[in-house]
Design a protein around this ligand. Structure first.
Ligand SMILES: CCCCCCCCCCCCCCCC(=O)SCCNC(=O)CCNC(=O)[C@H](O)C(C)(C)COP(=O)(O)OP(=O)(O)OC[C@H]1O[C@@H](n2cnc3c(N)ncnc32)[C@H](O)[C@@H]1OP(=O)(O)O
Length: 477
């Protein structure tokens, strides 16, 4: 049974942060270095893994031993890369508290902290030492990242400009005091979204509004179209990270962006067909077909593309639907209406958030069947990634029903991977879990589901699975 974290957990989390043990002066702002830097003549280079001492911290840390914080790959890495984090120069068995924090492009703070104890040699390796409490516990080498929470309630991590990194600060405090003050070391690490040599190419071809990401080298590379869900605009971060793994990825906008429709009430598959042809015909994209990656509403758009369009070889959905949802879909004179819903089936949680998981009608019952996506017409192979605690809609049911439809028509059995205690927003690895936020289509705060630790592990596995699936079916670069 999936453990769902009620938003109370989230609300408590926010309260915790409000009473955060971190003195305001140290919250997400102080740049410190190991005492070694105090004596070093040259100022730290920006990209180095050291920062600049604040007066208070200098006083606090000058009395501490030469404690150093190391992580690799340093001083910069990609957001989806695991880090090896260790602390050196502590006293044997010294209790310490580690804290990670950064601010997103809207200036909103994300942070996590955990208590540890150095080993007999005064070392602390997060790959071996268990966290004794805080934002997470146990041996969690990347716990400081995936357990981060926003200081602002109901806020999701969204990387809007993939050309700039997030600057993550990691601090080591002496002791387990709820209000630690003695900073012993600090490093700033660049967590980027554009890998070395990955090219970012805005695409304004015909009516296509997108951004193409090409891996380093001349290719040709297997091509993927990446489509987000309801919300509009153009989110590039999943595409840019995926391009770092050898794929040519087209992040595709489809409404509320430049001269595209302002809303998603009416969508035309011809627009998506144009995007497929653009990518397929690109000189650095390997044919014969392309891959599709769709999240949420982007998932049902990918199924419609695979069902009606040519040259779709491999399709992956992240908590997608197998019925057309949220918009009327047109294609060559055909009109597929959106699946209906009944607001009366929207439940309210104890914390006053909407739970819309039951709001949509059953697509297998009449007259809803007219919204079904005819996946049986697809030539593509499919991977359905499902969060079993998805509260946006019934992702597991949709994946199983789509599988039945495909097999009933003699098509290959799709691969379905279900993740327990995992909610709707399956993002790339190490994205903080968002249990509650504003739903662009429903127009209110909704619960998305997901227990932080399980959901975080699911994000790591889902990322591996979709990359392997695309490499298998689209070929390696
Ligand atoms: C009542 C009748 C019901 C009828 C019965 C219903 C049944 C219903 C059944 C289910 C039907 C589902 C069908 C679609 C299923 C999906 O698709 S679920 C959604 C999946 N979401 C995604 O894929 C992400 C897509 N993109 C986005 O979320 C948006 O583009 C962004 C990135 C949040 C906003 O980007 P933007 O265009 O720059 O917009 P922006 O002006 O910054 O923000 C607009 C609002 O978004 C929110 N927002 C913006 N940034 C953030 C952030 N980082 N964190 C949190 N919120 C943010 C804020 O609320 C903001 O409003 P304000 O506070 O400014 O007033």
């Amino acid at each position: 049974m999936a453990l769902t974290r009620s938003p109370r957990w989230f609300a408590k989390g926010v309260a915790d942060l409000a009473n955060s043990p971190w003195p305001p002066t140290l919250r997400g702002r102080v740049w410190l270095a190991s005492p070694r830097l105090i004596s070093s003549p040259e100022p730290p280079t920006f990209g180095s893994s050291f920062g600049v001492l604040s007066k208070r911290a200098a006083a606090a840390s000058s009395s501490s031993m030469a404690v150093s914080l190391r992580w690799s790959p340093g001083p910069r890495s990609l957001w989806d890369e695991p880090l090896a984090i260790s602390v050196h120069g502590l006293a044997p068995a010294q209790p310490v508290t580690l804290r990670a924090s950064f601010r997103d492009e809207k200036g909103e703070l994300f942070q996590a902290s955990a208590r540890y104890q150095a080993d007999a040699g005064g070392q602390l390796d997060l790959a071996r030492a268990p966290a004794l409490g805080g934002s997470y516990s146990g041996v969690e080498p990347m716990g400081l990242f995936w357990s981060m929470k926003p200081a602002k309630p109901y806020w999701r991590l969204v990387k809007r400009d993939v050309q700039t990194p997030f600057l993550v600060e990691l601090e080591v405090y002496d002791g387990h005091d709820p209000q630690p003050t003695k900073v012993m070391a600090q490093v700033v690490h660049e967590r980027g979204f554009l890998g070395p040599g990955v090219k970012r190419i805005p695409v304004r071809e015909g009516s296509v509004r997108a951004t193409l990401f090409l891996p380093p080298g001349s290719g040709p590379f297997p091509g993927i179209i990446d489509i987000f869900g309801a919300g509009g605009g153009l989110l590039e971060y999943r595409a840019s990270l995926l391009a770092g793994h050898g794929f040519a990825v087209l992040a595709l906008a489809y409404y509320a962006f430049e001269d595209l429709p302002k809303d998603m009430k009416e969508l035309h598959l011809e627009y998506f067909e144009e995007a497929v042809q653009y990518l397929k015909n690109h000189s650095q994209v390997k044919g014969p077909g392309v891959g599709l990656l769709g999240f949420s509403k982007g998932g049902d758009l990918c199924l419609s593309m695979a069902s009606h369009l040519k040259d779709i070889t491999a399709t992956v959905t992240l908590n997608g639907s197998m019925a057309n949802v949220g918009s009327v879909l047109h294609y060559k004179g055909m009109t597929i209406p959106p699946l209906g819903s009944d607001p009366k089936r929207i439940k309210m949680t104890k914390d006053g958030f909407a739970d819309i998981v039951d709001a949509l009608n059953n697509p297998l019952e009449e007259p809803n069947r007219r919204s079904l996506i005819p996946v049986e017409k697809a030539e593509s192979c499919f991977l359905f990634l499902v969060g079993l605690d998805d509260h946006n809609w019934k992702s597991e049911f949709y994946a199983n029903e789509a599988a039945k439809l495909l097999q009933a028509h003699g098509k290959k059995k799709p691969k379905i991977i279900c993740y327990p205690a995992t909610g709707h927003y399956i993002e790339p690895p190490y994205f903080p879990v968002c249990p509650v936020s504003f739903h662009a289509l429903v127009g209110t705060l909704v619960i998305w589901g997901g227990e932080v630790s399980a959901h975080s592990m699911a994000q790591i596995d889902a990322w591996k699975q979709l990359r392997a699936f695309f490499h298998k079916h689209l070929g390696k670069d």
